[in-house]
Design a protein around this ligand. Structure first.
Ligand SMILES: C[S@@+](CC[C@H](N)C(=O)[O-])C[C@H]1O[C@@H](n2cnc3c(N)ncnc32)[C@H](O)[C@@H]1O
Length: 287
């Protein structure tokens, strides 16, 4: 099976035979046809799936909308195909609309976006490949300052490369430092946000990961680093490789913070497995 694309035109080949064609222009499926003798064998699904995939229609992180004309009322196969891929009739046409999934990390980012002012001091206590550090740089803006920490040189290099490539090297930098020592890069009471995304470095040796002992020391240091009104955000993980110890210890630590000084949120994905990532927040109350 092969699909050749020429601009907005897609042609489906089975070996050398052309068995279907489709047109996708500005996310509108303008045509989709399978040669009659090849119908009812899944080739329409295959072609439509590929059209959507190539245009980002299955990207969980991105919003997308696709449209198509309504099929004839008696074309049950076309209606079934449309339904299989999430198209519904709306306003005289078929529409397929997807919004980005919420992940633990996107939830954290959204929370920080609404609680952290530009121009502040932000710490990424587990910079890894630098996605979160870059996000914090975008949040901090040109007047802000971001420091990323990691114990793995490969993570520090990857983060600094990402920041340079994105034009943020004057806002943020990553340093090789255990996050338990984060007060060495932020004086007490000065940080607007400290973000932890615990666990291991994606793409590296999974045996190098944060641990309960070190993480609790780092969380304590993070609270000291925060200014009043500042936010501590942490995504906790558990699972086969890292076990459950760090997640439970950190969770107990969050729950024990005194209400008079901190507002604490634990945002559970309530209908997932118990190994679901767990975003937690502590906002230091203004005195
Ligand atoms: C899940 S990754 C972080 C992902 C990262 N924030 C990103 O956006 O790519 C966890 C990172 O924490 C780092 N880490 C583990 N223990 C640490 C410690 N004690 N101090 C600082 N970083 C640590 C790991 O090396 C790993 O790179």
């Amino acid at each position: 099976m092969n699909i050749l694309q020429n601009g907005t035109q897609f042609t489906l080949y089975k070996e050398k035979d052309c068995i279907g064609r489709a047109e996708l222009s500005q996310n509108r499926v303008a045509a989709l046809e399978i040669v009659p003798r090849w119908r009812r064998r899944g080739y329409g699904s295959y072609l439509l799936k590929e059209l959507l995939r190539r245009s980002g229609g299955f990207d969980r992180a991105v919003e997308s909308t696709f449209t198509a004309s309504l099929p004839a009322a008696d074309n049950a196969a076309a209606w079934a195909l449309a339904a299989r891929f999430g198209f519904t009739a709306q306003g005289g046409q078929l529409v397929r609309r997807r919004v980005p999934d919420i992940s633990a990390v996107t939830l954290c980012h959204e929370f920080l976006r609404t609680h952290c002012p530009a121009g502040g001091l932000y710490l990424d206590a587990t910079c890894g490949n630098g996605h979160d550090t870059l996000f914090l740089c975008q949040l901090a803006g040109s007047e802000g300052r971001v420091v990323g920490l990691d114990i793995q040189p490969a993570a520090v290099e990857a983060t600094n490369r990402r920041l340079t490539d994105a034009g943020y090297s004057s806002v943020g930098r990553a340093v090789l430092l255990d996050h338990a020592r984060l007060l060495e890069v932020a004086a007490p009471g000065t940080a607007d946000c400290v973000l932890f995304n615990f666990g291991w470095l994606p793409g590296a040796d999974h045996s190098v990961h944060s641990t309960a002992d070190g993480s609790l020391k780092a969380l304590e240091a993070a609270l000291q680093a925060l200014r009043p009104g500042g936010v501590l955000a942490a995504v906790l993980y558990s699972g086969r490789v890292i076990g459950d110890g760090e997640k439970q210890a950190a969770l107990a630590w969050f729950r024990a913070l005194p209400l008079t000084r901190y507002t604490v949120l634990v945002c559970e994905f309530a209908n997932w497995d118990k190994t679901a990532p767990l975003p937690c927040f502590a906002i230091k109350r203004p005195i």
